[in-house]
Ligand binder design. Structure first.
Ligand code: SF4
Ligand code: SF4
Length: 460
């Protein structure tokens, strides 16, 4: 695999592979807004009794993908703003009545593809698919040029592929086979890390003799598991059509939808970070209250909770009091008083760092100067070049930062911010602790809006 940039990050607080048992939830708080979805169409009424698998809401902007009740219970619409609440969730709830046939009940023929697609959409499995080049949910009616299935999560504190597959390897392998009727001649790439493991051997054995599956190994260096980087490293090009990218949890959801005609509500979840007493994996369901979860894994000090990994996650607040339907991990970072761990995840320039990438760790005076500058003063780029060294997209984040600082909008295009995969490594290594990732996200948004305005002007 041809790669550039990346960084091998080793941080305290990695979740252990074993699963801890969570208590049965007494309430479920399902956020209506997640990273990619806004479930604005509500399909249930206040006080309505629902069964497991019922559609509570859907996202009209994204193929009407459903927000599914992970358990039966009584719906409350105004219990927690921004959430659908399920009171008294039933541990052994009945299946939804509007059941779709499982894959094995669908006859082969012209209708098969359509019925499988509908089942994946209706059972929420399709929400785990991403077009590697656009980052959006792909249109299942448009044939992809390839499918890339990855078992690798390299962002610090993300759910581990081996923990996800430990007891579910057969479900995973069956899920891969079940995708085949949706394809014609397109290759399916299976990505796993370069190292020999029992799981790797089993996956290789499964793939042997299946001409439509090709294997691809990657180094365990962040962020080489990124969908877009994977597609590029496989020689795939955006102009040749969408690339369906899906990870372990998505393939398991495909199997659950097509074999059992059920939504995959139970998923392997991770909680990690330096302030977590028991960084662990567990089986959790969407809506599981974050407070209860954190009580069970324990925190050693005041912490900021991040929905997602340490580099790309977003702060947990009032809008996500329960695990959302996309959540796979929570990262807990100590709230800084003297020094702050991974401070780049906070907005703005007022940050500290705790990484040995920074001279502050070995030069106390330098460290002290940074502390002063963090109190309200933006620090200038010192041209150390670390950001471009680690950038896997081959761009120069400091140049974009300088263009932003100088309001030099004319030059944005030349700097290719659209190539950024938003991994956050540049922010992590930046000596001046500039939030380069956030700046580049905002630049991309500005360019997108300008392009939209131009298009609107052209069609008037
Ligand atoms: S510019 Fe984008 S792709 Fe490059 S390191 Fe920063 S966040 Fe990652
Ligand atoms: S890492 Fe930070 S200080 Fe160094 S060149 Fe990049 S933006 Fe400038």
């Amino acid at each position: 695999m041809k790669t550039r940039g990346g960084y091998n990050i080793r941080l305290k607080g990695k979740p252990s592979k074993g699963l801890i048992a969570l208590k049965e939830p007494t309430i479920l708080l399902l956020p209506l807004k997640t990273r990619r979805f806004s479930f604005t169409e509500i399909h249930v009424k206040d006080a309505e009794r629902v069964v497991q698998g019922a559609v509570l809401a859907s996202d009209p902007e994204t193929q009407n993908l459903p927000l599914i009740a992970p358990r039966g219970g009584t719906v409350r619409l105004s219990h927690t703003p921004g959430h659908i609440t399920i009171e008294n969730p039933e541990p052994e709830a009945a299946k939804a009545e509007n059941r779709w046939p499982s894959l094995y009940e669908i006859p082969e023929g012209a209708e098969q593809k359509e019925r499988i697609t509908r089942s994946l959409l209706r059972k929420g499995a399709w929400q785990f698919f991403t077009d590697a080049f656009t980052g959006r949910v792909p249109d299942p009616a448009v044939a992809p040029q390839a499918v890339v299935i990855s078992t690798v999560n390299l962002e610090p504190f993300s759910v581990r592929g081996d923990a996800q597959l430990e007891a579910r390897l057969q479900d995973f392998l069956r899920g891969i086979e079940q995708l085949q009727p949706l394809l014609e001649y397109q290759p399916v790439w299976m990505v796993f890390p370069i190292f020999r493991s029992e799981l790797g051997v089993k996956i290789r054995e499964f793939a042997r003799g299946k001409a439509w599956i090709q294997l691809h190994e990657i180094p365990r260096i962040y962020p080489f598991d990124n969908e877009r980087l994977l597609a590029k490293s496989l020689g795939l090009k955006a102009k040749d059509g969408p690339v369906w990218s899906v990870k372990t949890e998505g393939i398991i959801a495909v199997n659950t939808a097509l074999t059992y005609s059920m939504p995959a509500t139970n998923r392997i979840f991770a909680v990690g970070g330096p302030s977590v007493a028991k960084p662990s994996h567990m089986v959790a369901i969407p809506g599981y209250p974050v407070d209860s979860l954190m009580e069970q894994v324990g925190l050693t000090e005041a912490s900021r909770l991040i929905n997602g990994g340490a580099f790309t996650g977003t702060e947990i607040g009032e809008a996500n009091r329960g695990l959302d339907s996309e959540s796979l991990c929570i990262t807990a970072l100590p709230v800084a008083y003297k020094r702050e761990v991974l401070s780049f995840v906070l907005p703005g320039f007022q940050k500290r760092s705790y990484t040995n990438t920074f001279a502050s760790l070995i030069r106390p005076k330098f460290k002290e100067r940074i502390t002063t500058a963090l109190r309200g003063e933006k620090r200038p780029c010192i041209n150390c070049g670390f950001c471009s060294e680690v950038c896997p997209a081959g761009i120069v984040p400091s140049a974009i930062h300088k263009a932003v600082f100088a309001n030099d909008f004319e030059n944005y295009d030349k700097l290719r911010p659209e190539l950024c995969v938003e991994c956050g490594l540049c922010s992590y290594v930046c000596t001046s602790k500039i939030d380069l990732r956030q700046e580049i996200i905002e630049v991309k948004e500005t360019i997108r809006k300008e392009a939209e305005l131009l298009q609107e002007g052209a069609t008037e």
